[in-house]
Design a protein around this ligand. Structure first.
Ligand code: AMP
Length: 424
Protein backbone atom coordinates (compact mmCIF):
# COMPACT_ATOMS: atom_id res chain seq x y z
CA UNK A 1 0.00 0.00 0.00
CA UNK A 2 1.35 3.42 -0.93
CA UNK A 3 0.81 5.90 1.85
CA UNK A 4 2.49 8.92 0.30
CA UNK A 5 1.04 11.62 -1.92
CA UNK A 6 1.81 10.79 -5.57
CA UNK A 7 5.03 12.30 -7.02
CA UNK A 8 4.56 15.85 -8.22
CA UNK A 9 1.66 16.54 -5.86
CA UNK A 10 1.85 18.02 -2.39
CA UNK A 11 -0.16 18.73 0.71
CA UNK A 12 -0.66 22.31 1.74
CA UNK A 13 -0.45 22.15 5.53
CA UNK A 14 -1.89 24.79 7.88
CA UNK A 15 1.54 26.42 8.28
CA UNK A 16 1.59 27.19 4.54
CA UNK A 17 -2.12 27.65 3.97
CA UNK A 18 -2.07 31.16 5.44
CA UNK A 19 0.11 32.42 2.60
CA UNK A 20 -2.05 30.64 0.01
CA UNK A 21 -5.11 32.29 1.47
CA UNK A 22 -3.42 35.67 1.40
CA UNK A 23 -2.46 35.29 -2.27
CA UNK A 24 -5.93 34.09 -3.21
CA UNK A 25 -7.65 36.90 -1.31
CA UNK A 26 -5.34 39.46 -2.95
CA UNK A 27 -6.00 38.00 -6.39
CA UNK A 28 -9.76 38.03 -5.87
CA UNK A 29 -9.61 41.66 -4.78
CA UNK A 30 -7.44 42.74 -7.73
CA UNK A 31 -9.43 40.77 -10.31
CA UNK A 32 -12.73 42.16 -9.03
CA UNK A 33 -11.38 45.73 -9.05
CA UNK A 34 -10.36 45.30 -12.70
CA UNK A 35 -13.82 43.99 -13.60
CA UNK A 36 -13.30 40.21 -13.77
CA UNK A 37 -15.97 37.85 -12.41
CA UNK A 38 -15.17 34.44 -10.99
CA UNK A 39 -15.87 31.31 -13.04
CA UNK A 40 -15.47 27.76 -11.69
CA UNK A 41 -15.38 25.02 -14.28
CA UNK A 42 -15.01 21.25 -13.76
CA UNK A 43 -11.58 19.76 -13.22
CA UNK A 44 -12.58 17.09 -15.78
CA UNK A 45 -13.42 17.89 -19.40
CA UNK A 46 -13.79 15.84 -22.55
CA UNK A 47 -10.28 15.16 -23.81
CA UNK A 48 -11.27 16.40 -27.27
CA UNK A 49 -11.68 19.95 -25.87
CA UNK A 50 -7.98 20.15 -25.07
CA UNK A 51 -6.85 18.35 -28.23
CA UNK A 52 -8.85 20.81 -30.31
CA UNK A 53 -7.78 23.97 -28.47
CA UNK A 54 -4.24 23.40 -27.19
CA UNK A 55 -3.30 21.40 -30.30
CA UNK A 56 -2.43 17.81 -31.09
CA UNK A 57 1.28 18.41 -31.66
CA UNK A 58 1.94 20.19 -28.35
CA UNK A 59 3.82 18.66 -25.41
CA UNK A 60 0.83 19.05 -23.13
CA UNK A 61 -1.57 17.13 -25.38
CA UNK A 62 0.98 14.64 -26.71
CA UNK A 63 2.58 13.63 -23.44
CA UNK A 64 1.23 15.35 -20.37
CA UNK A 65 -2.51 14.84 -20.07
CA UNK A 66 -4.10 12.53 -17.52
CA UNK A 67 -6.70 10.81 -19.65
CA UNK A 68 -9.47 8.54 -18.40
CA UNK A 69 -11.17 6.24 -20.92
CA UNK A 70 -10.96 6.18 -24.68
CA UNK A 71 -12.76 7.45 -27.74
CA UNK A 72 -15.46 10.11 -27.72
CA UNK A 73 -16.21 9.66 -24.03
CA UNK A 74 -12.62 10.03 -22.96
CA UNK A 75 -12.10 12.56 -20.17
CA UNK A 76 -8.98 14.47 -19.16
CA UNK A 77 -7.91 16.26 -16.01
CA UNK A 78 -7.60 19.84 -17.16
CA UNK A 79 -4.00 20.87 -17.94
CA UNK A 80 -5.03 24.54 -18.13
CA UNK A 81 -8.26 26.53 -17.92
CA UNK A 82 -8.60 28.76 -20.99
CA UNK A 83 -10.30 26.09 -23.10
CA UNK A 84 -12.70 25.29 -20.23
CA UNK A 85 -13.62 28.96 -19.75
CA UNK A 86 -14.37 29.40 -23.46
CA UNK A 87 -16.35 26.14 -23.48
CA UNK A 88 -18.39 27.29 -20.47
CA UNK A 89 -18.94 30.75 -21.97
CA UNK A 90 -20.35 29.18 -25.14
CA UNK A 91 -22.28 26.42 -23.38
CA UNK A 92 -24.12 28.95 -21.19
CA UNK A 93 -24.74 31.13 -24.26
CA UNK A 94 -23.15 34.06 -22.47
CA UNK A 95 -22.09 35.45 -25.86
CA UNK A 96 -25.77 35.91 -26.70
CA UNK A 97 -26.35 37.95 -23.55
CA UNK A 98 -23.30 40.09 -24.14
CA UNK A 99 -20.32 39.10 -26.25
CA UNK A 100 -17.79 40.98 -24.15
CA UNK A 101 -17.24 39.27 -20.81
CA UNK A 102 -14.35 39.03 -18.38
CA UNK A 103 -13.61 36.03 -16.16
CA UNK A 104 -11.12 34.91 -13.57
CA UNK A 105 -10.41 31.50 -12.09
CA UNK A 106 -8.26 30.01 -9.36
CA UNK A 107 -7.71 26.28 -9.15
CA UNK A 108 -5.64 23.14 -9.66
CA UNK A 109 -4.31 22.00 -13.07
CA UNK A 110 -2.74 18.64 -13.94
CA UNK A 111 0.14 17.75 -16.23
CA UNK A 112 2.06 14.50 -16.29
CA UNK A 113 5.52 16.09 -16.30
CA UNK A 114 8.76 14.95 -14.75
CA UNK A 115 8.51 16.46 -11.26
CA UNK A 116 11.27 18.91 -10.32
CA UNK A 117 11.59 22.24 -8.53
CA UNK A 118 8.82 24.46 -9.89
CA UNK A 119 7.35 21.69 -12.02
CA UNK A 120 4.53 19.75 -10.42
CA UNK A 121 1.97 17.28 -11.70
CA UNK A 122 -0.76 19.01 -9.76
CA UNK A 123 -0.19 22.74 -9.59
CA UNK A 124 -2.41 25.78 -9.21
CA UNK A 125 -3.10 28.62 -11.54
CA UNK A 126 -4.89 31.90 -11.16
CA UNK A 127 -5.81 33.51 -14.42
CA UNK A 128 -8.08 35.83 -16.33
CA UNK A 129 -9.81 35.63 -19.71
CA UNK A 130 -11.33 38.65 -21.47
CA UNK A 131 -13.52 37.41 -24.29
CA UNK A 132 -15.25 39.35 -27.08
CA UNK A 133 -12.92 42.12 -28.23
CA UNK A 134 -10.00 42.67 -30.58
CA UNK A 135 -9.07 46.00 -29.00
CA UNK A 136 -5.29 46.26 -28.40
CA UNK A 137 -6.08 48.20 -25.23
CA UNK A 138 -7.57 45.00 -23.87
CA UNK A 139 -4.24 43.21 -24.39
CA UNK A 140 -2.66 46.07 -22.47
CA UNK A 141 -5.24 45.74 -19.69
CA UNK A 142 -4.65 42.01 -19.30
CA UNK A 143 -0.87 42.42 -19.16
CA UNK A 144 -1.25 45.27 -16.67
CA UNK A 145 -3.49 43.17 -14.40
CA UNK A 146 -0.75 40.53 -14.18
CA UNK A 147 1.85 43.12 -13.20
CA UNK A 148 -0.49 44.82 -10.71
CA UNK A 149 -1.17 41.47 -9.13
CA UNK A 150 2.53 40.73 -8.62
CA UNK A 151 2.85 44.20 -7.13
CA UNK A 152 -0.07 43.47 -4.78
CA UNK A 153 1.64 40.19 -3.77
CA UNK A 154 4.64 42.29 -2.78
CA UNK A 155 6.79 40.67 -5.46
CA UNK A 156 9.30 42.77 -7.34
CA UNK A 157 12.16 41.98 -9.70
CA UNK A 158 10.06 40.18 -12.31
CA UNK A 159 10.63 40.56 -16.02
CA UNK A 160 7.89 40.97 -18.63
CA UNK A 161 8.56 40.01 -22.25
CA UNK A 162 6.17 40.60 -25.09
CA UNK A 163 5.91 39.49 -28.72
CA UNK A 164 3.40 39.10 -31.50
CA UNK A 165 3.18 35.74 -33.25
CA UNK A 166 0.46 36.58 -35.78
CA UNK A 167 -2.13 33.99 -36.79
CA UNK A 168 -1.58 30.55 -38.37
CA UNK A 169 -2.30 32.19 -41.72
CA UNK A 170 -0.28 35.37 -41.32
CA UNK A 171 2.76 33.57 -39.95
CA UNK A 172 2.83 30.94 -42.69
CA UNK A 173 5.52 32.79 -44.65
CA UNK A 174 7.70 33.19 -41.56
CA UNK A 175 7.16 29.56 -40.62
CA UNK A 176 8.41 28.39 -44.00
CA UNK A 177 11.35 30.78 -43.77
CA UNK A 178 12.52 29.51 -40.39
CA UNK A 179 11.82 25.90 -41.28
CA UNK A 180 14.08 26.29 -44.29
CA UNK A 181 16.82 28.08 -42.30
CA UNK A 182 16.69 25.67 -39.36
CA UNK A 183 16.48 22.69 -41.71
CA UNK A 184 19.87 23.66 -43.09
CA UNK A 185 21.32 23.36 -39.58
CA UNK A 186 19.25 20.38 -38.47
CA UNK A 187 22.32 18.41 -37.37
CA UNK A 188 23.21 21.04 -34.81
CA UNK A 189 19.73 21.01 -33.26
CA UNK A 190 18.81 18.79 -30.31
CA UNK A 191 16.80 15.61 -31.11
CA UNK A 192 13.57 17.20 -29.79
CA UNK A 193 13.99 20.21 -32.05
CA UNK A 194 14.79 18.02 -35.05
CA UNK A 195 11.39 16.41 -34.53
CA UNK A 196 9.80 19.84 -34.09
CA UNK A 197 11.11 20.88 -37.53
CA UNK A 198 8.25 18.99 -39.13
CA UNK A 199 5.61 19.03 -36.44
CA UNK A 200 5.85 22.37 -34.64
CA UNK A 201 8.72 24.49 -35.86
CA UNK A 202 7.84 27.50 -33.65
CA UNK A 203 8.55 25.49 -30.51
CA UNK A 204 12.21 25.41 -31.53
CA UNK A 205 12.34 29.10 -30.59
CA UNK A 206 11.39 28.06 -27.07
CA UNK A 207 14.14 25.45 -26.63
CA UNK A 208 16.47 26.24 -23.73
CA UNK A 209 19.42 24.11 -24.92
CA UNK A 210 22.39 26.42 -25.60
CA UNK A 211 23.09 24.98 -29.08
CA UNK A 212 19.48 25.55 -30.18
CA UNK A 213 19.37 29.01 -28.57
CA UNK A 214 22.47 30.05 -30.50
CA UNK A 215 20.93 28.97 -33.79
CA UNK A 216 17.50 30.50 -33.20
CA UNK A 217 18.90 33.87 -32.09
CA UNK A 218 20.27 34.36 -35.59
CA UNK A 219 16.85 34.01 -37.18
CA UNK A 220 15.01 37.08 -38.49
CA UNK A 221 12.35 38.62 -36.24
CA UNK A 222 8.77 37.44 -36.76
CA UNK A 223 7.50 41.02 -36.38
CA UNK A 224 9.18 41.99 -39.64
CA UNK A 225 7.22 39.26 -41.41
CA UNK A 226 3.71 39.98 -40.15
CA UNK A 227 1.11 42.03 -42.08
CA UNK A 228 0.96 45.75 -41.32
CA UNK A 229 -2.37 45.61 -39.42
CA UNK A 230 -0.95 43.02 -37.01
CA UNK A 231 2.20 45.05 -36.51
CA UNK A 232 0.06 48.10 -35.84
CA UNK A 233 -1.94 46.12 -33.27
CA UNK A 234 1.27 45.19 -31.48
CA UNK A 235 2.56 48.79 -31.58
CA UNK A 236 -0.67 49.93 -29.93
CA UNK A 237 -0.37 47.33 -27.19
CA UNK A 238 3.21 48.42 -26.49
CA UNK A 239 2.31 52.09 -26.55
CA UNK A 240 -0.63 51.59 -24.12
CA UNK A 241 1.63 49.68 -21.75
CA UNK A 242 4.26 52.42 -21.86
CA UNK A 243 1.67 55.06 -21.09
CA UNK A 244 0.43 52.96 -18.17
CA UNK A 245 4.01 52.83 -16.85
CA UNK A 246 4.32 49.05 -17.29
CA UNK A 247 7.92 48.04 -17.93
CA UNK A 248 8.47 45.37 -20.57
CA UNK A 249 10.88 44.12 -23.19
CA UNK A 250 10.01 43.18 -26.74
CA UNK A 251 11.28 39.68 -27.43
CA UNK A 252 10.96 38.59 -31.07
CA UNK A 253 11.72 34.98 -30.11
CA UNK A 254 9.03 34.59 -27.48
CA UNK A 255 6.51 31.85 -28.38
CA UNK A 256 3.98 29.96 -26.28
CA UNK A 257 3.40 26.23 -25.91
CA UNK A 258 -0.26 26.14 -27.01
CA UNK A 259 -1.57 26.32 -30.58
CA UNK A 260 -4.49 28.63 -29.81
CA UNK A 261 -2.36 31.73 -29.29
CA UNK A 262 -2.51 34.45 -31.92
CA UNK A 263 -1.06 37.98 -32.10
CA UNK A 264 0.15 39.27 -28.71
CA UNK A 265 1.90 36.78 -26.42
CA UNK A 266 3.69 37.52 -23.17
CA UNK A 267 5.58 35.86 -20.37
CA UNK A 268 6.64 37.03 -16.93
CA UNK A 269 9.72 35.44 -15.39
CA UNK A 270 11.57 35.87 -12.09
CA UNK A 271 15.33 35.65 -11.62
CA UNK A 272 15.04 33.93 -8.24
CA UNK A 273 13.40 30.85 -9.75
CA UNK A 274 16.16 28.96 -11.56
CA UNK A 275 15.39 26.78 -14.58
CA UNK A 276 11.60 26.94 -14.28
CA UNK A 277 11.50 30.71 -14.11
CA UNK A 278 8.09 31.49 -15.68
CA UNK A 279 5.56 32.96 -13.29
CA UNK A 280 2.93 33.82 -15.85
CA UNK A 281 2.14 33.18 -19.50
CA UNK A 282 -0.58 34.63 -21.66
CA UNK A 283 -1.71 36.26 -24.82
CA UNK A 284 -4.46 36.58 -27.41
CA UNK A 285 -6.38 33.64 -28.77
CA UNK A 286 -8.57 35.21 -31.42
CA UNK A 287 -9.55 31.98 -33.21
CA UNK A 288 -10.43 29.82 -30.23
CA UNK A 289 -14.04 30.92 -29.66
CA UNK A 290 -14.89 30.18 -33.30
CA UNK A 291 -12.85 26.94 -33.25
CA UNK A 292 -14.99 25.73 -30.36
CA UNK A 293 -18.20 26.42 -32.27
CA UNK A 294 -18.89 30.04 -31.31
CA UNK A 295 -18.90 33.28 -33.27
CA UNK A 296 -15.62 34.87 -34.37
CA UNK A 297 -14.64 36.78 -31.23
CA UNK A 298 -11.24 37.99 -30.12
CA UNK A 299 -10.01 37.10 -26.63
CA UNK A 300 -6.97 37.51 -24.41
CA UNK A 301 -5.87 36.11 -21.06
CA UNK A 302 -3.10 34.85 -18.83
CA UNK A 303 -2.35 32.16 -16.25
CA UNK A 304 -0.10 32.60 -13.23
CA UNK A 305 1.50 29.60 -11.51
CA UNK A 306 0.74 29.95 -7.79
CA UNK A 307 3.50 27.57 -6.59
CA UNK A 308 6.04 29.59 -8.57
CA UNK A 309 4.81 32.84 -7.01
CA UNK A 310 5.23 31.27 -3.57
CA UNK A 311 8.75 30.13 -4.49
CA UNK A 312 9.66 33.61 -5.73
CA UNK A 313 8.26 35.18 -2.55
CA UNK A 314 10.26 32.77 -0.39
CA UNK A 315 13.44 33.21 -2.40
CA UNK A 316 13.17 36.97 -2.15
CA UNK A 317 12.77 36.74 1.62
CA UNK A 318 9.06 37.34 2.08
CA UNK A 319 8.73 35.39 5.32
CA UNK A 320 5.54 33.56 6.03
CA UNK A 321 3.67 35.35 8.76
CA UNK A 322 1.65 33.11 11.03
CA UNK A 323 -1.53 34.73 12.23
CA UNK A 324 -0.98 35.70 15.88
CA UNK A 325 -3.26 34.70 18.66
CA UNK A 326 -5.25 37.32 20.59
CA UNK A 327 -5.83 35.46 23.82
CA UNK A 328 -4.56 32.21 25.31
CA UNK A 329 -6.81 30.98 28.12
CA UNK A 330 -4.55 29.33 30.72
CA UNK A 331 -5.96 27.31 33.59
CA UNK A 332 -4.58 26.44 37.02
CA UNK A 333 -6.11 23.21 38.28
CA UNK A 334 -8.60 20.95 36.58
CA UNK A 335 -11.73 22.24 38.33
CA UNK A 336 -11.74 25.57 36.54
CA UNK A 337 -11.48 24.08 33.05
CA UNK A 338 -15.25 24.07 32.31
CA UNK A 339 -15.44 27.77 33.32
CA UNK A 340 -12.39 28.52 31.16
CA UNK A 341 -14.04 26.75 28.25
CA UNK A 342 -17.04 29.10 28.53
CA UNK A 343 -14.67 32.09 28.44
CA UNK A 344 -12.89 30.63 25.40
CA UNK A 345 -16.19 30.31 23.53
CA UNK A 346 -17.20 33.87 24.47
CA UNK A 347 -13.86 35.28 23.25
CA UNK A 348 -14.13 33.46 19.93
CA UNK A 349 -17.75 34.49 19.49
CA UNK A 350 -16.59 38.08 19.97
CA UNK A 351 -14.29 37.66 16.93
CA UNK A 352 -11.03 37.11 18.78
CA UNK A 353 -8.50 34.42 17.95
CA UNK A 354 -8.42 32.45 21.18
CA UNK A 355 -6.90 29.13 22.17
CA UNK A 356 -6.67 27.00 25.32
CA UNK A 357 -4.90 23.90 26.55
CA UNK A 358 -6.46 20.52 25.82
CA UNK A 359 -3.52 18.41 26.92
CA UNK A 360 -3.61 18.87 30.71
CA UNK A 361 -0.32 20.80 30.82
CA UNK A 362 1.11 22.78 33.72
CA UNK A 363 0.69 26.57 33.88
CA UNK A 364 4.34 27.00 32.95
CA UNK A 365 3.92 24.82 29.86
CA UNK A 366 0.73 26.67 28.96
CA UNK A 367 2.60 30.00 29.14
CA UNK A 368 5.23 28.54 26.81
CA UNK A 369 2.47 27.53 24.33
CA UNK A 370 0.98 31.02 24.57
CA UNK A 371 4.36 32.49 23.70
CA UNK A 372 4.91 30.10 20.83
CA UNK A 373 1.51 30.96 19.38
CA UNK A 374 2.33 34.67 19.60
CA UNK A 375 -0.54 35.36 22.03
CA UNK A 376 -0.96 39.04 22.83
CA UNK A 377 -2.81 38.28 26.08
CA UNK A 378 -3.15 35.39 28.47
CA UNK A 379 -6.32 35.05 30.50
CA UNK A 380 -5.31 33.22 33.67
CA UNK A 381 -8.15 31.25 35.19
CA UNK A 382 -7.28 29.84 38.62
CA UNK A 383 -9.36 28.78 41.58
CA UNK A 384 -8.95 32.19 43.27
CA UNK A 385 -10.14 34.05 40.21
CA UNK A 386 -13.06 31.67 39.79
CA UNK A 387 -14.06 32.05 43.43
CA UNK A 388 -13.81 35.86 43.37
CA UNK A 389 -15.48 36.07 39.95
CA UNK A 390 -12.65 38.18 38.49
CA UNK A 391 -10.63 37.91 35.29
CA UNK A 392 -6.84 38.19 35.36
CA UNK A 393 -5.50 39.30 31.97
CA UNK A 394 -1.79 39.44 31.28
CA UNK A 395 -0.43 41.58 28.47
CA UNK A 396 2.40 39.49 27.04
CA UNK A 397 4.27 42.44 25.54
CA UNK A 398 4.41 44.53 28.74
CA UNK A 399 4.00 41.72 31.35
CA UNK A 400 1.39 43.98 32.95
CA UNK A 401 -1.60 42.22 34.56
CA UNK A 402 -5.08 43.66 34.93
CA UNK A 403 -7.87 42.29 37.08
CA UNK A 404 -11.13 42.81 35.21
CA UNK A 405 -14.71 42.42 36.44
CA UNK A 406 -16.21 40.39 33.59
CA UNK A 407 -15.56 38.70 30.25
CA UNK A 408 -16.88 41.78 28.40
CA UNK A 409 -14.05 43.82 29.88
CA UNK A 410 -11.58 41.14 28.73
CA UNK A 411 -13.03 41.26 25.22
CA UNK A 412 -12.83 45.07 25.19
CA UNK A 413 -9.21 45.03 26.36
CA UNK A 414 -8.14 42.35 23.86
CA UNK A 415 -9.99 43.95 20.96
CA UNK A 416 -8.21 47.29 21.25
CA UNK A 417 -5.11 47.80 19.16
CA UNK A 418 -5.35 44.52 17.25
CA UNK A 419 -3.70 46.07 14.20
CA UNK A 420 -2.79 43.51 11.54
CA UNK A 421 -3.90 40.73 13.83
CA UNK A 422 -7.46 40.73 12.53
CA UNK A 423 -8.93 37.45 11.26
CA UNK A 424 -10.29 38.78 7.96
P1 AMP B 1 1.06 27.69 -19.17
O1 AMP B 1 -0.37 27.30 -18.87
O2 AMP B 1 1.90 26.54 -19.60
O3 AMP B 1 1.14 28.89 -20.05
O4 AMP B 1 1.70 28.12 -17.78
C1 AMP B 1 1.33 29.27 -17.09
C2 AMP B 1 2.08 29.29 -15.77
O5 AMP B 1 1.70 28.17 -14.98
C3 AMP B 1 3.58 29.14 -15.92
O6 AMP B 1 4.17 30.39 -16.16
C4 AMP B 1 3.98 28.56 -14.58
O7 AMP B 1 4.07 29.59 -13.62
C5 AMP B 1 2.80 27.69 -14.23
N1 AMP B 1 3.05 26.27 -14.55
C6 AMP B 1 2.90 25.65 -15.75
N2 AMP B 1 3.20 24.34 -15.64
C7 AMP B 1 3.53 24.11 -14.36
C8 AMP B 1 3.92 22.95 -13.61
N3 AMP B 1 4.00 21.75 -14.17
N4 AMP B 1 4.17 23.10 -12.30
C9 AMP B 1 4.08 24.31 -11.70
N5 AMP B 1 3.71 25.43 -12.34
C10 AMP B 1 3.44 25.34 -13.66
Amino acid sequence: MKLKAPPGTEDILPAQAGLWQRLEATAREVFARWGYGEIRTPVLEFTSLFVRSIGEATDVVEKEMYVIGEGDDSLALRPEATASVVRAYLQANLHKVRAFQKFYYIGPMFRHERPQAGRRRQFHQMGIEAIGSLDPLLDAEVVTVACELFGAFGLSGFRLRLNSIGTPTSRRGYRELIRERLGRQAEALCPDCRRRLERNVFRILDCKRPACVEITRNLPSILDHLPEDEREHFRRVCSALRSAGVEFEEDPYLVRGFDYYTATVFEITHGALGAQDALCGGGRYDNLVADLGGPPLGAVGFAIGVERVLMALRESGQAEERPRLDVFVATVGGDVRPAAFTHLVALRRAGLRAEADYEGRSLKAQMRSANKLGARFVLIVGEDEARQGVFRLRNMATAEEKVLPDIQAVIAEATTDRGSNRCA
